[in-house]
Design a protein around this ligand. Structure first.
Ligand code: UDP
Ligand code: MG
Length: 161
């Protein structure tokens, strides 16, 4: 497949990143995209989309038994979100580091939640927590699949093979 052919790198991964409605309303789209872009990750999918309750419930299905579930779904459907696919070596784990701890009270300064959020229920951004979750979330949000392209900066970001 295209991705394997051009990259041929076992640690190359994709993750699903979503700017939540508060991040969109607060004008943080550019800032957040910029952090992933400047790190060297590649944007492989991007859309501004408002989802309905059943879709949000599917995205957060693993949390359906949690007491905060219905409030979480209300939050995610309260306005448009920015859904993205980002690609790069270790992007799932590194993406979670860029985002910071779930509760912004514990997120380090320098992380997105550490810099831009205060409460757990308004924590600005979602990122897949594993390669397997990323695969499921990308399939849910991007049934059309990622956009196939490679940055001309690739060889300036990664070690020679
Ligand atoms: N959340 C919440 N209250 C909680 C825990 C989580 O409102 O006590 C929300 C929060 O927006 C979080 C989302 O539910 O980002 C998903 O929770 P998860 O544990 O998967 O955290 P994440 O993977 O987003 O860091
Ligand atoms: Mg999670």
């Amino acid at each position: 497949k295209y991705r394997e052919l051009i990259i041929g790198e076992s640690k190359m991964e994709q993750t699903f990143i979503m700017i939540k409605p508060d991040g969109v309303q607060r004008g943080l789209i550019g800032e957040i995209i910029s952090r992933f872009e400047k790190k060297g990750f590649s944007l492989k999918g991007l859309k501004l989309i408002r989802v309905e309750r059943p879709f949000a419930e599917k995205h957060y299905a693993d949390l359906s038994a949690k007491p905060f579930f219905s409030g979480l779904v209300d939050y995610i459907i309260s306005g448009p979100v920015v859904a993205m696919i980002w690609e790069g070596k270790n992007v799932v784990t590194t993406g979670r580091k860029i985002i910071g701890a779930t509760n912004p009270a514990q997120s380090e300064p320098g992380t997105i939640r550490g810099d831009f959020a205060i409460d757990i229920g308004r924590n600005v951004i979602h990122g897949s927590d594993s390669v397997e979750s990323a695969r499921k979330e990308i399939a849910l949000w991007f049934p059309e699949g990622p956009v196939a392209w490679q940055s001309c900066a690739h060889s300036w970001i990664y070690d020679p093979e």
